[in-house]
Write a protein that binds this ligand. Structure first.
Ligand SMILES: CC(C)(COP(=O)(O)OP(=O)(O)OC[C@H]1O[C@@H](n2cnc3c(N)ncnc32)[C@H](O)[C@@H]1OP(=O)(O)O)[C@@H](O)C(=O)NCCC(=O)NCCS
Length: 165
C-alpha cells in the first residue's frame, strides 16, 4: 500500500529589519519596485521601521511604518507590498500585526493608513480591526479610504474615540 506524502510548504517568517543597512535597503527597494512598479515613489528607508517577510531565506514581502505627520502619537503604515506569486497568504495582515507590536512598544496610541482603489488591501485593514475614518484634512486622493485603529486598553475596552482628526 502506498502512502501519499504531502510536502508542506516552508512557513513565512517576518522580521523587523535595520533599513540603515545598505544591503537591507537594497532588498526593500527591489521589493518596492516589484510590487508598486511606478505606482508610488520610493520611500526613504532610513526613516521609520521596516519589516521583511521571508520564505526560507528569500524576502517576498515588506512593510514600513513612520510616525504620522497628520495624527498625534500615531504610526502611519506607509507601504506594504507582497510579491505576486506569494499573494493570498495573508502576508499583509501578518506584516500589519508586526507593525502594531512595534507601535505599542513605541507607546503610540493608534495606527493610521490609507488605501486608494485597492480592495485586497482594504479587506486586510478590515481583517486587522481597522475602521474607516474621515480626517479633517485629507492628505491623498478624493477616493482614498482612511483607516485608523486605536491601540491599547482604553479604546479596545470601551470603544471610545478621541477627538476628530
Ligand atoms: C495588497 C497586497 C499587499 C495584499 O497582499 P496579501 O497579503 O497577499 O493579501 P491577501 O493574502 O489578503 O490576498 C489578497 C487577495 O489576493 C488573492 N490572491 C490569491 N492568490 C493570488 C495571486 N497569486 N495573485 C494575486 N492575488 C491572489 C487572495 O485570494 C486574496 O483575495 P481575498 O481577499 O478575496 O481572499 C498585495 O496585493 C500587494 O502587494 N499589492 C501591490 C502593492 C499594494 O497595492 N500595496 C498596498 C498599498 S495600500
Amino acid at each position: 500500500m502506498f502512502q501519499v506524502v504531502r510536502q508542506s510548504k516552508p512557513p513565512y517568517r517576518i522580521r523587523e529589519v535595520d533599513a540603515q543597512d545598505d544591503a537591507v535597503a537594497d532588498i526593500l527597494a527591489e521589493l518596492h519596485h516589484l510590487t508598486f512598479f511606478d505606482g508610488a515613489t520610493i520611500p526613504d528607508f532610513e526613516w521609520g521601521y521596516w519589516w521583511l517577510a521571508y520564505r526560507e531565506a528569500i524576502p517576498v514581502a515588506f512593510a514600513g511604518v513612520v510616525p504620522s505627520t497628520h495624527v498625534r502619537n500615531a504610526g502611519y503604515i506607509c507601504r506594504v507590498g507582497v510579491l505576486k506569486q506569494h499573494c493570498g497568504n495573508r502576508l499583509q495582515l501578518r506584516l500589519m500585526r508586526a507593525t502594531e507590536s512595534r507601535a505599542r512598544r513605541n507607546g503610540w496610541s493608534c495606527m493610521v493608513s490609507d488605501t486608494t482603489r485597492n480592495i485586497a488591501s482594504a479587506n486586510n485593514f478590515i481583517r486587522a480591526g481597522y475602521r474607516l475614518q474621515q480626517p479633517r484634512y485629507p492628505w491623498a486622493f478624493p477616493d482614498t479610504l482612511y483607516w485608523r485603529k486605536f491601540l491599547g486598553p482604553v479604546s479596545s475596552l470601551h470603544g471610545t474615540y478621541p477627538k476628530r482628526l
